[in-house]
Design a protein around this ligand. Structure first.
Ligand code: 3PG
Length: 209
């Protein structure tokens, strides 16, 4: 149940979305769905993030709703109460991982080293976020991890764009990538939902064979 393998196969890109004004949340989620991206990782980086989560949970049932930037057990609990269907953390500590695993929804823990991959694998999770993907070593680093640990599927995130995504998606141990480029702040603030639709369409077209 906690393994997030299925979450990684909804779309070639998991949009990492930060929304300052909850009034924008539903429109952003609908634009992603319209563009063919049926998943969202809404970050808990704003005071109103839980309110945005609730609105999307209530009004956009056809998107798979994740809560990102989970740093503490309390945030994980609040996100689940607000309607999150999966949880994403940028990194893991033993206590945070233990706590998230008790919440009975898929968990995508962040890892950036071989030792961290092994520690998460010990809990039976084979789906992980590789973060921050670019600075931590990029596609070459992921390819090297795949040799000794082929069972783990990654969602690299951090510094990835539409043009660099194919280099990651070509790897056998990458199921999808994550990125914030689908929902630029300028588009959200100017209510340019069609721009987000177009960016989502471009991301959805990054299909894996
Ligand atoms: C995340 O939390 O996953 C990152 O902030 C997303 O990274 P990006 O903005 O470089 O896509």
């Amino acid at each position: 149940m906690a393994d997030a393998s299925k979450v990684l196969h909804i779309s070639p890109v998991i949009p990492v979305v930060t929304i300052a004004d909850p009034q924008h949340a539903v429109q952003v989620a609908r634009a992603l769905v319209e563009g063919g991206v049926g998943i969202i990782e809404l970050t808990l980086r704003t005071d109103s993030a839980l309110e945005s989560l609730k609105r999307i949970a209530n009004e956009v049932p056809d998107i798979l709703l994740g809560a990102g930037t989970i740093l503490t057990p309390a945030q994980a609990e609040d996100a689940v109460s607000a309607g999150a269907q999966f949880l994403v953390s940028p990194g893991v500590t033993p206590s945070l991982l233990q706590h998230m695993l008790q919440l009975d929804i898929p968990v995508l823990p962040g890892v950036a080293s071989v030792g961290e991959v092994m520690a998460v694998l010990e809990h039976g999770l084979t789906a992980m976020k590789f973060f921050p993907a670019g600075p931590a070593g990029g596609p070459e680093y992921l390819a090297a991890i795949g040799a000794p640990i082929p069972a783990v599927q990654f969602c690299p995130t951090g510094g990835i764009s539409l043009s660099s995504a194919p280099d990651y998606l070509a790897l056998p141990n990458v199921a999808c990538v994550g990125g914030s480029w689908l929902t630029p702040r300028s588009a959200i603030e100017s209510h340019d939902w069609q721009h987000i639709v177009k960016l989502a369409q471009g991301a959805a077209a990054l299909r894996l064979e």
